[in-house]
Design a protein around this ligand. Structure first.
Ligand SMILES: NC(=O)c1ccc[n+]([C@@H]2O[C@H](COP(=O)([O-])OP(=O)(O)OC[C@H]3O[C@@H](n4cnc5c(N)ncnc54)[C@H](O)[C@@H]3O)[C@@H](O)[C@H]2O)c1
Length: 476
């Protein structure tokens, strides 16, 4: 989605014009992903038989907005999946990224039913249920796993409820809205013995993996600095003096707000653009940082920990009174215990660049690698050197739809093997923590130190930002 976002005018008008292309776009995506070869890595061929219904992993989708257009096909392409239910507090409506997108639970239900109808002998299928309340979906005993594709202020509540109900979880990045919420998710995964995949899919990108392997195997010498870039905001949002709007029919706005503070409705608060508002998200620093800083952590071998020092480098925020409140310009510096520096800033395109004593290497989220000296990127990694896990051992090319589907495949294989997938909850948590702490430095406009083991700072203002109150009746 993000590559398309960049090519889009900054603020498309919100209209009620009917969607002409949404379904066609969607079916094209499933069909294209279906061209890929999917072999469950951990399951002996005989176990699944012909993927009889009883052998399929039953999945419920929670959150049927913009990103669901990638997640639904990435699940449906796998024949050992049966998507049996979808859930969204929006029945169906406009107001998402593109003016012609008609999204919500009825759209997602239709996609799923049409997908299975095409395979059904009579060409008919109506078996996918739709819910407004995720608690009804997770209470279903016939559902094995859920895909959580809701805004960040809901990730922890929905994920923990699902895991308590015995579901395995594929949860979109960034892992959590706060460090405390992330910790609750980590504890729930281990307490309930669930399989949890963080939806930071670039760990399933062959080019990103290769870049990290080159770094890990010392091709750049000793790493001194990593630069990470995050995209600029795609929308400006209403400025001071913005006026509330009537809540659209079929949209359960109070449920959408959930644990967040009460606030008047505006379309740009809710659909997709919530990511620019601190009550629901942490802006592009964390939204895209959950990808590019995740690559930094992987390349440096820092999974499970974070830097120990964070400092604002002049981040910028919207004028007071604007609807959007998150940073419009990301700029923070961090330092790991060993001295490696990480600088995260806004740039036109997201990427991660490792700088070492022997060379530099930049990898973007499409998996393209540039290096200086140039030959470094072609260096062969020997059999006895470090090799990082592969979601799909057969995959070499960097094709976005395959990256998403491979990341889901890796989750499905883990559901069967009961092993951790490529991006377990602790990994998603350490990357999210790095981004959240960087964002705190930007908000506080200062430098502070951080203890990644105790998860505390000597700066009490930082410690106060580790959790947020939840609006009743929501508690974690
Ligand atoms: N991995 C990626 O590259 C990538 C790309 C885009 C978005 N995302 C992530 O996907 C998630 C969703 O983002 P989006 O762009 O689709 O947002 P969106 O606003 O377009 O869609 C979110 C949907 O969730 C629904 N929702 C909100 N609260 C709900 C609840 N309690 N129960 C059920 N439904 C609820 C909303 O009504 C909306 O339809 C976010 O976590 C985002 O960071 C990931």
């Amino acid at each position: 989605m993000h590559a398309r976002n960049r090519a889009t005018p900054r603020r498309p008008a919100i209209t009620t014009r009917p969607a002409a292309t949404t379904r066609r776009r969607f079916l094209k995506t499933v069909a294209a992903a279906a061209g890929a070869c999917y072999a469950p890595a951990f399951v002996p061929a005989g176990v699944l038989g012909a993927n009889a219904p009883s052998n399929r992993i039953t999945v419920g989708l929670i959150g049927c907005g913009h990103q669901s257009q990638r997640i639904v096909p990435s699940f449906l392409v796998h024949d050992d999946v049966q998507m049996v239910a979808v859930c969204d507090v929006n029945r169906q409506g406009y107001g998402y990224y593109y003016p012609d997108q008609l999204l919500g639970r009825e759209t997602a239900r239709r996609w799923v039913n049409e997908h299975y109808a095409e395979k059904a002998p009579g060409g008919k299928f109506q078996g996918c249920d739709a819910y407004n309340d995720f608690r009804e979906l997770v209470a279903r005993r016939d559902i094995d796993a859920v895909a959580i594709v809701v805004p960040d202020h809901w990730h922890a509540l929905v994920a923990v409820a699902a895991m308590r109900a015995g579901k395995d979880v594929y949860c979109e990045k960034p892992l959590a809205l706060t460090i405390r919420q992330g910790r609750c998710m980590v504890e729930a995964v281990r307490e309930h013995k669930r399989v949890f995949q963080t939806g930071a899919q670039f760990r399933s990108c062959p080019g990103v993996r290769r870049a990290c392997e080159l770094v890990r195997n010392g091709r750049l010498g000793e790493i001194r600095r990593v630069r990470t870039w995050v995209d600029a905001n795609s929308f400006e949002g209403p400025g001071p003096g913005w006026k509330p709007m009537p809540v659209p029919d079929g949209f359960d706005y109070d449920f959408w707000l959930g644990p967040a503070p009460e606030a008047p409705y505006h379309v740009e608060r809710c659909f997709h653009r919530w990511r620019y508002i601190l009550d629901y998200s942490n802006g592009q620093t964390v939204n895209f940082g959950a990808h590019t800083n995740d690559v930094a952590q992987w390349g440096l071998g820092m999974d499970g920990t974070t830097p120990v020092e964070f400092e604002d480098m002049g981040a910028e925020f919207p004028p007071k009174g604007s609807l959007f409140t998150a940073a419009t310009k990301t700029a923070f510096r961090a330092r790991y215990a060993g001295g490696v520096e990480l600088i995260c800033e806004t740039r036109k395109s997201s990427a991660t660049k490792f700088e070492g004593t022997e060379g530099r290497l930049e990898v973007n989220l499409g998996g393209s690698i540039k290096s200086f000296p140039e030959h470094l990127k072609d260096s062969v990694i020997g059999a006895d050197e470090i090799h990082l896990p592969r979601s799909n051992p057969a995959r070499e090319e960097n094709v976005r739809k395959h990256i998403d589907a491979d990341h889901v495949r890796n989750f499905l294989d883990a559901v069967k093997s009961r092993q951790d997938p490529i991006e377990p909850v602790e990994v998603g948590f350490s990357t999210a923590s790095l981004c959240l702490l960087g964002n705190m430095a930007q908000i506080l406009k200062r430098k502070f130190t951080w203890d990644p083991v105790a998860r505390r700072s000597p700066d009490e203002d930082v410690n106060r930002m580790l959790s947020r109150p939840m609006r009743q009746p929501w508690v974690l």
